[in-house]
Design a protein. Sequence first.
Length: 148
Amino acid sequence: MFSRACEYGIKATIFIAMQSKDARRVSLKDIASASNAPEAFTAKILQILVKANVIDSVRGAAGGFEIDAAKLSTLKLSQIVSAIDGDEIYKGCGLGLEACSETQPCPVHYKFAKIRNDLRLMLETTTILELAEGTSKGETYLKRDQML
């Protein structure tokens, strides 16, 4: 559903939020490890998220990545998806056809439109803080090996 970059971006942002709740900055290495992602790829994703004002980057010896405390409760999952994957997830055809619309629907158009609308609502109403809190409490996980 999401690109690999977007999946890593979501996991990285959740991890950064978990640390930011406790006023801690995190390094690229720690983020890549927590996201189970290659470090170089993670660096590119983090650059996109910084540019989109989703996360903040602080240079220097005490630097790293963080999310401002005031932003934590208002930052939505949709902002990460938009920054990395754009809005194509809300527009694409369920069967991958180039020309699918209300006037020329594919066989799954109307059913898929409902799913897309539900997905948009979920992404626009889910905060990064609620995802970070669930992960901090052990209710959800960022890596498969945490479940074993």
